[in-house]
Design a protein around this ligand. Structure first.
Ligand code: NAD
Ligand code: UDP
Length: 319
């Protein structure tokens, strides 16, 4: 297939491009580098099956030649207001990537009769009142809270994708991605994995926002991409959670990182840096992915973190 991947220069987008190329597809990457980096695609520069268009998906998209698949990953994704790459500092771009970007990419799929996959998020469940979160849960979101620019854009993106599916009969997929980590995450995007690993490698205390009792469930990038690829190839048009269902508190997560890096400098609480609306618990129910895709995550948190540390060490010049 000839597949357009938006957000190609980002963390997940770059891993996805690589996987699609390894599967024998032709890939057109698209990105405007607002949070991503050309470095993430440098290793694909000489691949004859890969091409790149620098473009903001909020504007009309033209792709020369045929397109068989569209995978829409372009969007800022970090909630951290302390980073220039966090969506609280890119609020309009975030809403435009989710709203106009989804509209334009669906337009490409419609014009070409292509299959479409939307990268949605666990954030559509908000600060959930149901635990673990099943795809049937409608969510608990504040439409004007600090996270709303991201959550509401993604909720709109899901609604628009279903509208194109139901009205225009576009062949669509929606993946609800839960916290994922691995190489090519931005060092300075403020998400918990890059923050903790780099603090640990620099032998500094890890910054816990709030009491650290809030939970997340962390998925290794290779597992996530496997689930997404299987969903893309499947016939499933309703949303599917893809993530690791092993729940861990941020406090325990910090202890794990300190142990794996040999950091003696424990933790420091930075309550003032915690974003309002920060979900207290998050864990995917992945029974649909297991049943429909025959997929479940294979990599333990320890193994995934061990595979990720060298990337951050190299970025920090500590390798
Ligand atoms: P990222 O910031 O590394 O990648 C996003 C990419 O999109 C960047 O390269 C950025 O430059 C590009 N982009 C943003 N706005 C754009 C625009 N208007 N036009 C063109 N390109 C644009 O983030 P990521 O973690 O790789 O996230 C990728 C997608 O997956 C996002 O849609 C995000 O919402 C979703 N997601 C990620 C996670 C996760 O844990 N990483 C969890 C849930 C959902
Ligand atoms: N967090 C933290 N210290 C940090 C960065 C994040 O304690 O240096 C917390 C944050 O408050 C949240 C969790 O870790 O509860 C995960 O945050 P992240 O920014 O990775 O993404 P989220 O899952 O909130 O979208």
């Amino acid at each position: 297939m000839r597949i357009l991947v938006t957000g190609a220069a980002g963390f997940l987008g770059s891993h996805l491009c690589e996987r699609l190329l390894n599967e024998g597809h032709e890939v057109i990457g698209m990105d405007n580098f607002v949070t991503g980096s050309p470095e993430n695609l440098a290793h694909l520069a000489n691949n004859e099956h890969f091409s790149f268009i620098r473009h903001d998906v909020a504007n009309f998209i033209f792709v020369p030649g045929k397109v068989d698949g569209v995978m829409h990953f372009a969007s800022p994704a970090s909630p951290n207001p302390g980073s220039p790459y966090g969506y609280p500092n890119l609020p309009i771009q975030t809403m435009k990537a989710g709203a106009l970007g989804t509209h334009n990419t669906l337009g490409v799929a419609r014009a070409h009769g292509a299959r479409y996959l939307l990268a949605s998020t666990s954030e559509i469940y908000g600060d959930p009142l149901e635990h673990p979160q099943k795809e049937t849960y409608w969510g608990h979101c504040d439409p004007i809270g600090p996270r709303s620019v991201y959550d509401e854009a993604k909720r709109y993106a899901e609604a628009l994708t279903m509208a194109y599916h139901r009205y225009h009969k576009i062949d669509t997929r929606i993946v609800r991605i839960f916290n994922t980590y691995g190489s090519r995450m931005r060092l300075d995007d403020g998400r918990v994995v890059p923050n903790f690993i780099q603090q640990a490698l620099r032998k500094e205390p890890l910054t816990i926002y709030g009491d650290g009792l809030q939970t997340r469930s962390f998925c290794f990038v290779d597992d996530l991409i496997e689930g997404i690829y299987r969903l893309f190839l499947s016939d499933e048009t309703m949303p599917v959670n893809v993530g690791n269902d092993k729940e861990i508190s941020i406090l325990e997560f910090a202890e794990t990182i300190n142990r794996l890096t040999g950091n003696p400098h424990s933790i420091i609480h930075r309550d003032e840096l915690r974003l309002g609306d920060d979900p207290q618990r998050r864990q995917p129910d992945i029974s649909r992915a297991k049943a429909i895709l025959g997929w479940s995550p294979k990599t333990s948190l320890e193994d995934g973190i061990k595979q990720t540390i060298p990337y951050f060490a190299e970025k920090l010049g500590l390798a």
